[in-house]
Write a new protein. Structure first.
Ligand code: XMP
Length: 335
């Protein structure tokens, strides 16, 4: 039995008692967990909190602006936006191995964060959006056998920062974190977003990451997400969907959906001319735990509309394909 106002009151008191008058820094990724942690800590200690938002140039369309609007403009949270696109893309140039790319992105993130944290000389605490499943997962590390993907969550920072850890969401499950976020004034659409990997578009551009590819992918992905949100969900619920509330559109009816950039060119025809351009794959899955997943049976009319829009609106893409692989044997992300 969870009473939200009481819970917030107690959590706020606990944070105040813990940090006193100290300053706190938090790496804001724009994801649900770090966002809710930021909102909660800000509720407790206001300007004693500084968030650092590292833009690695591999974010989705308008994501940086959205994060800044939500926190800086609407909630009055102090957020430093670090534009590190050149640094990340520079280090990724020429690298095509997925694990290598994850390592570079994780390493550069820590590097940038450390520099910014170093400037905030009064900070004594590092806040993180660690939630209960993360605690369980890291306790069980090493028992699972082979690592399929290093799953670099760019929120994970090293102890070399010499800061005390503040993790106010440690006891909460994801659905509780979401409810807390809404109660703290975060927009519903933000709190119920699909998960987005820490390395961002870096693992959705197959092979070498280039700005040109990221720009094309951002446009294609935004069209796909927009159409999923705008298409009503009318079929009866499918296994893998939260039975607690019926999805109203195809975005809510899927657990994760995104576009993947394939650095492959194929021939097309547009007007009187021949084109020779890149391919985008669409991926949409339904899952409860992300360990197994089924590909979403999106309506053909929706797929057709997305394909037409991408090919017409994104110069440089002339072919769209739909991924019909389950997990296993495929994974959700392509890298
Ligand atoms: P896979 O592709 O392994 O993905 O089936 C399962 C879930 O994990 C997410 N994912 C990541 N998240 N850093 C993250 O923070 C990563 O490197 C990473 N790789 C995959 C993926 O988006 C899906 O939700």
């Amino acid at each position: 039995d969870w009473n939200m106002p009481d819970y917030i009151g107690e959590a706020v008191e606990k944070i105040r008692a813990q940090v006193g008058t100290d300053e706190v820094i938090l790496g804001l990724s724009g994801g649900v967990d770090s966002s809710v942690a930021a909102a909660l800590i800000h509720r407790a200690i206001g300007d004693q909190l500084t968030c650092v938002f590292v833009d690695h140039g591999l974010l989705r369309k308008d994501e940086g602006k959205m994060v800044m609007d939500m926190f800086s403009k609407n909630l009055g949270v102090r957020v430093l936006r670090i534009d590190a696109e050149d640094q990340f893309l520079g280090h990724l140039a020429g690298v095509s191995d997925p694990e290598q790319k994850r390592k570079i992105i994780g390493r550069e993130f820590v590097e940038v964060f450390q520099v910014e944290a170093g400037k905030l000389t009064n900070a004594k605490w590092l806040a993180q959006g660690t939630i209960y499943p993360d605690v369980i997962e890291s306790a069980g590390k090493g028992k699972k056998g082979q690592t399929i993907k290093s799953h670099h969550n760019v929120g994970g920072l090293p102890e070399t920062l010499n800061l005390k850890l503040l993790e106010p969401l440690r006891e909460l499950f994801k659905d509780e974190v979401r409810k807390l976020g809404v109660a703290l004034g975060l927009p519903h659409g933000m709190v119920y977003r699909h998960p987005f990997p820490g390395p961002g578009l870096g693992v959705r551009i197959l092979g070498e990451v280039k700005k040109e590819f990221a720009d094309l992918l951002r446009e294609a992905d935004a069209i796909f997400i927009e159409e999923l949100r705008n298409t009503p969900f009318e079929l009866p619920p499918v296994a893998g969907i939260d039975a607690g509330k019926a999805p109203v559109n195809w975005y809510e009816a899927t657990s994760q959906a995104f576009a993947v950039f394939l650095p492959v060119k194929s021939v097309g025809v547009m007007g009187d001319g021949r084109t020779y351009e890149y391919v985008v794959a669409l991926r949409a899955v339904q899952t409860l735990d992300f360990m197994t997943a089924q590909w979403a049976h999106l309506p053909h009319s929706l797929l057709g509309k997305v394909s037409n829009r991408i090919i017409n609106e994104v110069r440089g893409i002339n072919r769209v394909v739909y991924d019909i692989s389950g997990k296993p044997p495929a994974t959700i992300e392509w890298e």
